[in-house]
Design a protein around this ligand. Structure first.
Ligand code: UTP
Length: 289
């Protein structure tokens, strides 16, 4: 089993980040000096993915423009001797083979993934949520692909979260296979504490077999009236092998304000252009708090 393709659903309305996301896609908000989605594409590429499909909507054309060439700007940078900027601007456009499909109605994550059916065909594929940035020594998608290939299974990326936090995620029913890898036999979306299967929550990364498409196609709306990916995954794990990979790395949910700010501060502290200055600024600020 070889995973060559990835799907990035990025057609959500971003209501938790309004009004900023009314006209700017949340995936295009700057994380220090690059848009959020670039980090996600870089993770996919570093995980061995060759072709990437971004699921967008009518308000998100800034994304396809970003991953395109911009001759007028590039000529101006060249003339001004701004070689470093020119390289960065070009690099974004040359990162991967990027394709786009629109989700014409915002019917949920499961529906967005279903739009990738024609792109994916019958291969296994990775899914990376468009607003979840992972920082890890080994790219998280690569960790999932390694597990999926070893077990010939679909895979979901999980981490332990508190019982208070599990209500925001999908909880998985698991049994251990080896260190950090579990077999998945059931799951539920946004469970109340008494309904949860475990404290392991699915966090933004998946490797799925193409059987998921037939399941999604026949799914009825679930939680929140949306076609839920979790409902599809639940059926998939009952039909076929699925593993949970307790991945090593830190996840940032940039789709909510606090998560976005946490990521911005951490990334800016580690960035050579901003880190030393920000460290001094925070120390000064802390004295006043
Ligand atoms: P989220 O729930 O985090 O995104 O969906 P959202 O719907 O944009 O967020 P809020 O709640 O309104 O702030 C998880 C992922 O699924 C995508 C989102 O873009 C995000 O990457 N998604 C969600 C779609 O592509 N289509 C949908 O219909 C819903």
């Amino acid at each position: 089993m070889k995973v060559r393709k990835a799907v990035i659903p990025a057609a959500g309305l971003g209501t938790r980040m309004l009004p900023a996301t009314k006209t700017v896609p949340k995936e295009m908000l700057p994380m220090v000096d690059k848009p959020v989605i670039q980090y996600i594409i870089e993770e996919a590429v570093a995980s061995g993915i060759e072709d990437i499909l971004i699921v967008t909507n009518r308000a998100k054309s800034a994304m396809d423009d970003y991953f395109d060439y911009y001759p007028e700007l590039e000529t101006r940078l060249l003339q001004a001797g701004k070689e470093k900027e020119l390289i960065e601007v070009r690099r974004a456009a040359d990162l991967a083979n990027i394709f786009y499909v629109r989700q014409k109605q915002t019917k949920g994550l499961g529906h967005a993934i279903w739009r990738a059916k024609r792109f994916v065909g019958d291969e296994p594929f990775a899914v990376l949520l468009g607003d979840d940035i992972m920082r890890a020594e080994v790219p998280v998608t690569r960790q999932l692909i390694a597990g999926a290939e070893k077990y010939g299974a679909s895979a979901v990326g999980v981490q332990r979260v508190s019982t208070e936090a599990i209500v925001k995620y999908s909880s998985v029913k698991i049994s251990p296979l080896e260190e950090r890898i579990y077999a998945v036999s059931d799951m539920n979306e946004k469970p109340r504490p008494e309904e949860m299967f475990s404290n392991y929550a699915i966090l933004g990364r998946y490797v799925l077999k193409s059987d998921i498409f037939d399941i999604l196609e026949n799914l009825r709306p679930g939680y929140g009236g949306e076609i839920q990916l979790t409902d599809g995954l639940r059926e998939l794990c009952m039909r076929d092998k699925m593993i949970a990979v307790d991945f090593e790395g830190r996840r940032y949910d940039t789709g909510n304000l606090n998560g976005f700010l946490e990521a911005t501060i951490d990334f800016a502290l580690d960035h050579k252009a901003t880190g030393p200055w920000l460290r001094r600024f925070i120390k000064e600020k802390a004295k006043q708090l």
